[in-house]
Ligand binder design. Structure first.
Ligand code: ATP
Ligand code: MG
Length: 363
């Protein structure tokens, strides 16, 4: 049996039941995809999953899950007998008992259970009690008259269940940043459609791997839409060449991607586009450029990493393992990048380019 705790969604008032049901369903789907049949049932602010212990790691990655504990269920009276067996051979420097009574009809309070079970362990094993910093914590949760006993709490990703916040299109580039942006959206409960503009390079392989890794956080496999970057960009580049504006390539390239992404979003009922931009991280990610890019697409663009430092992004990428995909293939520079890139472009110049793009029927 596995105990699943969820935080944020418990305070969502009227939405609570819908959220709980979604989370339980997402947990079942995550297990099923890995060949584990497990029923997830919402009981008194917990989700109890009838599945083997190795399901815990899978469940910990389901957005909305705060923590997970593989547990044994028994009538309260049998807890001492169980502990006598389960703890045999262990030699912790100290321990404590931590009880939560989710079922207030149970006659003992959690403090009474702590004392009673703690005294038993001291008598049986002679271990020292340390309430501040114990080496071993014996967890007990009382749910529907039964005791659930566990020794570990695996941290979950937190956030909200996927499917409670609508859908977004995430632009995945094959770099380190955009997979982190995608993960953060999944973590906040949004369904994700991935879009990659393929240049026939390794980036596509990285993206395919990234999607596979991100699937651990998504109840349904993430759909990956691959577009031909050359085709999407071609009319824009032709217009730019006419204007002798090669240094605008990076900005205009982003405009091309965002506009195509907006079409894809509309076709798929998504309500926003998400990118991995982080302010000032590279020369092209200036506020000016982001302004031009956003003003050129008639659709919401979200940039969850805008205020993150590179180290912060890398540290998340390592934690969620998308960094591994990036390391697997040698990095390729963009073939379109001109020698000089506009970083603080003038609005008048940008408007000239836009007028030309309009004239050419590109936008
Ligand atoms: P990343 O690490 O995600 O590649 P980056 O720091 O390299 O980001 P840019 O290359 O300037 O930044 O791209 C900014 C954002 O534009 C990316 O985070 C991604 O969301 C999107 N993007 C860039 N190139 C592509 C591409 N080929 N396909 C899809 N999206 C892209
Ligand atoms: Mg990139």
């Amino acid at each position: 049996m596995i105990i699943v705790r969820y935080g944020e969604i418990a305070v969502k008032g009227g939405k609570r039941r819908e959220f709980e049901r979604k989370l339980a369903g997402n947990i079942e789907k995550a297990l099923k995809r890995r060949g584990i049949e497990g029923r997830a049932e919402v009981i008194r602010g917990r989700i109890l999953v009838d599945a083997p212990d190795n399901a815990a790691e899978i469940i910990a990655k389901v957005p909305g899950v705060v923590s997970v504990s593989p547990a044994k269920v028994m009538p309260y009276e049998e807890v001492p007998k169980y502990l006598k067996e389960a703890l045999k051979g262990l030699t912790p420097r100290s321990f404590k008992v931590e009880t939560q009574r989710l079922d207030k009809t149970f006659l003992k309070t959690s403090v009474e259970v702590n004392k009673e079970i703690g005294a038993f362990v001291v008598k049986e094993f002679g271990w020292k009690v340390d309430l501040e910093n114990p080496e071993l914590t014996i967890g007990i949760e009382i749910i529907n008259g039964k005791a659930y006993v566990f020794f570990e709490k695996i941290r979950g990703v937190g956030g909200l269940p996927v499917g409670t916040q609508g859908k977004v299109v995430v632009l995945l580039s094959g770099g380190i940043d955009s997979p982190v942006a995608a993960f953060l959206m999944l973590k906040r409960g949004a369904e994700v459609i991935a879009v990659h503009f393929d240049q026939g390079k390794n980036a596509r392989k990285v993206v395919e791997k990234v999607v596979e890794i991100l699937n651990d956080y998504s109840p349904e496999p993430i759909e990956l839409i691959v577009e031909n970057h050359f085709e999407i960009l071609k009319p824009y580049v032709i217009a730019l060449n006419k204007l002798n504006g090669r240094e605008w390539t990076c900005v205009v390239c982003k405009v091309a991607m965002l506009r195509r992404a907006a079409e894809i979003a509309k076709e798929n009922g998504a309500l926003g586009i998400v990118t991995g931009d982080s302010l000032g991280q590279v020369a092209s990610q200036t506020l000016t450029n982001l302004y031009f890019e956003t003003m050129s697409v008639d659709f919401p663009v979200h940039r969850p990493l805008l205020g993150f430092d590179k180290e912060e992004i890398v540290s998340i990428a390592r934690k969620i393992k998308t960094y591994d995909a990036f390391l697997e293939y040698p990095y390729c520079d963009c073939p379109f990048r001109p020698e000089r890139v506009v970083t603080q472009g003038k609005l008048e110049e940008f408007e000239k380019i836009r007028a030309e793009l309009k004239k050419e029927g590109v936008i």
